[in-house]
Ligand binder design. Structure first.
Ligand code: AMP
Length: 219
């Protein structure tokens, strides 16, 4: 199974991609997570990406395309993969198709997880992430068992720098301007499925599983 999860920031892509990845035993490739990890480690990539991410802008296509092409060629992606947050632009989608074609495969489905702007802002403002393991929590919807501490590894929870209000607005703007056109791109190829991302995590997961089990047009 080869899937991409799209949708505005805060729609729940990361949470649901992780659950689907566990369910199907395939890797989840989160470009946002790869970039945050590179920033934590202060690598060249991290330093390149930092300014764009902190401003709520997209990191340039050539950087992102290189990272994903390299990651997809690793052997653990052979049985399938779930992309979380890639592609985000039409050039990225074209590059993904070319990379997959060179590997003798293609995308099965492009799922757009949808949520209204009010809900997105509520979700992002309450989101907290573990500095040590990256696990996400929400102050209201999925509170950590001990305030400020990760329920998985005990690490310190913090608010992502790009989850502050001004940056959230910039991210929504980038989504509307650069990523929304991808919906028409995948619709034209018969790959788009839009799933309502509002509701409890488990309920949204069931909606996604129903869409995935209907399968792809090539199946
Ligand atoms: P996310 O964790 O998916 O919300 O991504 C966080 C930030 O990482 C985004 O606001 C962008 O700055 C950057 N980013 C992640 N994926 C991409 C991508 N495919 N193209 C460009 N920038 C990206």
């Amino acid at each position: 199974m080869t899937l991409t999860m799209m949708g505005p920031p805060g729609a729940g892509k990361g949470t649901q991609a992780k659950l689907l990845g566990e369910k199907f035993g395939i890797p989840v490739i989160s470009t946002g997570e790869i970039l945050r990890e590179a920033m934590r480690a202060r690598t060249v990539l991290g330093e390149q990406a930092r300014g764009f991410m902190e401003a709520g802008d997209l990191v340039p296509d050539d950087v992102m395309i290189g990272i994903v092409a390299e990651r997809l060629r690793r052997p653990d992606c052979q049985p399938g993969f779930i992309l979380d947050g890639f592609p985000r632009t039409v050039p990225q989608a074209d590059a993904l198709a070319a990379t997959l074609a060179a590997m003798g495969t293609r995308l099965d489905l492009a799922i757009s997880l949808d949520a209204p702007e009010q809900e997105i802002i509520r979700r992002l403002s309450g989101r907290r992430v573990c500095r040590a393991c990256g696990q996400g929590f929400h102050l209201l919807y999925d509170p950590p068992p001990h305030p400020g501490r990760c329920g998985r590894c005990g690490g310190e929870l913090h608010q992502r720098e790009d989850d502050v209000e001004g940056t959230v607005r910039a991210r929504l703007h980038a989504y509307q301007e650069k990523t929304l056109p991808l919906l028409a791109y995948y619709e034209a190829r018969g790959l788009l499925r839009v799933v309502d991302g509002v509701g409890p995590i488990e309920e949204v997961l069931q909606r996604l599983l129903a869409v995935v089990s209907e399968g792809s047009p090539r199946a």
